[in-house]
Design a protein around this ligand. Structure first.
Ligand code: AMP
Ligand code: MN
Ligand code: MN
Ligand code: MN
Length: 297
């Protein structure tokens, strides 16, 4: 049976494996297809696709965007995105810059709290692109100031903890529009962490959401069954992935959870359906055209 992993981070965001390593590991683990889904950055996709073509792994272009609804953070995955689109890249650069500014706020907060975060160590870990709280957690662990990554989030970096700083806020609608405007198909990531109410999912579906990431390492069997049922009820496709951030057990290694390749066929069908629909919308609605003049958030 062909299997896939549709949620993987690289060193371009907060993963610890390079794009090249990710594809090679996926091959070693016997996967047929993967998606590169870094936070707010797409720089790993091109190389991953090239290496994938060479060694026989299908690599799907992806991204993971964070948005906010009723003060809770929701993550939206975009697949089959035309990542090279200039407008899209400009938007992502705004998010990356905002992450950088936020990192300085977090750094100051940690220093005020007496933690000796080394800026060089931090930048070395996050030099390629989108900096995240996980980079801070890794620094704190490395210097022994916390015992584990979990402890770093529970005591300092998690929501409401003393070194917590919000990310740039965008709405779910904005995230979905971004993905759809570059020909992508949108999927709500790990709904157990936010956005799992059926009415909310219904609202997202009306805004063009195509799928639910039912298979995720943080989902219990009960969660998985519930999200599959929601998908059936709402006409959404089901996807899944490891949300891999590296090779260690706590980083959800690639290959530690697999989905049936047939789910990718559903996603492709959803995408070609959207493409047909969007072609009509784009040709009639000037405002929705991706190129030119769009103000950054
Ligand atoms: P950010 O995008 O900067 O808000 O950072 C969030 C990232 O940190 C997520 O993408 C996860 O990779 C990681 N993360 C968030 N919460 C935890 C947690 N409790 N334990 C471990 N990693 C976490
Ligand atoms: Mn992450
Ligand atoms: Mn996420
Ligand atoms: Mn993720």
């Amino acid at each position: 049976m062909k299997e896939a992993d549709l949620h993987i981070h690289t060193t371009y965001s907060d993963g610890t494996c390079s794009a090249e390593e990710v594809v090679k590991i996926a091959k070693e683990k016997g996967l047929s297809a993967i998606a590169i889904t870094d936070h707010d950055i797409t720089d790993g996709i091109c190389l991953a696709i090239k290496i994938g073509a060479k060694i026989g792994i299908e690599v799907i272009s992806g991204v993971e965007l964070s948005c906010e609804f009723n003060s809770s953070e929701i993550h939206i995955l975009g697949y089959y995105i035309n990542w090279e689109n200039k407008w899209f890249q400009k938007k992502l650069q705004v998010f990356q810059k905002a992450r950088e500014r936020r990192a300085y706020y977090i750094l100051n907060k940690l220093r005020e709290l007496g933690y000796s975060i080394d800026e060089h160590m931090l930048m070395a870990k996050a030099s390629l692109g989108a900096i995240s709280r996980l980079h801070f957690a890794r620094c704190l662990k490395e210097t022994g100031e916390v015992g584990s990554i979990k402890e770093a989030f529970d005591s300092l970096l998690g929501v409401g903890r003393p070194a917590f700083v919000r990310k740039l806020r965008i709405t779910p609608e904005e995230a979905l529009n971004m993905i759809h405007r570059v020909g992508g198909v949108s999927v709500i990531a790990h709904p157990v962490f936010g956005g799992s109410h059926k009415n909310f999912l219904k609202k997202l579906k009306r805004l063009g959401l195509s799928g639910i990431e039912a298979y995720h390492p943080s989902h219990t069997l009960k969660n998985i069954k519930r999200y599959i049922k929601y998908a059936g009820d709402l006409g959404l496709t089901v996807t899944g992935g490891t949300d891999s951030h590296g090779v260690k057990e706590e980083e959800n290694p690639i290959g530690s959870m697999r989905i049936d390749y047939r789910l990718i066929e559903d996603l492709k069908r959803a995408n070609s359906f959207n493409e047909r629909k969007n072609r009509v919308i784009l040709s009639t609605n000037k405002e929705l055209r991706p190129q030119g003049g769009y103000k950054s958030v």
